[in-house]
Design a protein around this ligand. Sequence first.
Ligand SMILES: [Zn+2]
Length: 525
Amino acid sequence: MDAARSWAGAVAVRRGRIVYVGPDTFPPGLIGPHTEVVDVQGGMLLPGFQDAHVHLIDGGVELGDCDLSEAESAAAVAAAIRRCASAQRGRPWIRGSGWQLPYFPDGNPKKELLDSLVPDRPAFLWAADGHSAWANSRALAQAGITRETPDPPNGRIERDPRTREPTGTLRESAAELFDRVLPARTDAEFAAGLDRAQRLALSFGLTTIFDADVQEPELRGYADADHAGRLQLRVVAALDGSGSGDTMLARLREWRARYTTTQVRPTTVKLYQDGVIEARTAAMLAPYLDRRGDAGQPIRDQTTLNAVTRALDREGFEIHVHAIGDRAIRMTLDALEQVAAANGPRDRRPGIAHLELIDPADIPRFRRLGVVANFQARWANGDEYLTKMTEPALGPARSRWLYPIASVARTGAVVAGGSDWSVSSLDPLEAIEVGVTHREPGDTVTAPWNPAERVDLGTMLAMYTINAAWANHLEQETGSIEVGKAADLIVLDRDLFALPAWRIHEAKVVRTVLEGRTVYRRAAR
Ligand SMILES: [Zn+2]
């Protein structure tokens, strides 16, 4: 993953640094009596993977709740909820996450079903994408949500069209109406969540993660883990950018000062500019075909977005924006363009994440403006989110520009890869395979979805190594196997380039090394 994408046969590490990269044999003097010599045996050595957009600590906390991510139908979701309710008898709330919108008509599960599964306590369950939530009657009552409750700004309470009664699904900011009544998470829950998530991350070969949205408890969780010597990953964190004005800036400066540690870099601010297409909350240039004139609403108008991004940039923060619809993406590019014009040149590397529908006119702007295109390639799989909930609302001409990874990469822009876990799998090899095949991992039968936007394996690997490192301002230190860099390395059990693409996800990380220390080793079978 050096600039020439060269191949080597032997790598030597001393005191956490790469000191030699060369052909198959080591020059004399490098191997001493205490040197550990590792033969990768037909496998492959790569730079440690970097996830450029993940919710690591929150995902770990969620693993301690009711985890619905393995359920593959409405019936399986119901069965999993019933199991959680009986396993978690002592808890005052049932909370969980991971149900999929397409399992329910209109992505709209009903409170009555959840009442039947959890009759005795409030229940509150996030959808896998984190943009919708499902509540039972007790939870709605505790939050005080009735047919009189107005939809909050940028949110929607799904209702019975006749009675206006809430039906149990909450979109976007409407789910925040539960923040007041859900039991607060403890520091112990965050510590346990981080340990859980970190084990998983290291087993997938991740040595650096970009946490795409942290509040103070999450930041404290990362910083405490580093102080206690439990953190075995590099963490770059995007601070929650809600609010406005000087109060927001003061809070962000304070968090940055207080929680910067050796391995934790709270250098970025996260902004949301829209929602998601499935819930019709993404901001589009043209209306959704099934919504009579409705094109979704951006979170901030252009003037406000321009002012916020300028102010954050003046404070030296990097900017990371959630933008999914072509209008939200254009507005964000416009904002980032005026930031550079207003504040003058510096080494800024702003990023836009998700990028589901990019208007073709905006594709060259990533390269021109130096904006990182942060893609979740795992999503380009032609699943029901795309074929049933997205493409019908856009029509074929616009759908051609869904997840245009290849088109953006061809312009020479920096494309980085992120899982968005726990929205989707944390395993980089799954995303790498899907980016190459545009099918579900292992699928050899289905026609590839939107095949023109597939990329090659080398591009996908760069997205999860050197390109993500660049986005994280860590490319001098990590992201490639070059002399002088930190020895953040992984060993895979096979050579990805020798496999048919549909088998990439079968490869296993057998060892993960952070700065020369082995932090994960796969158990021998
Ligand atoms: Zn995210």
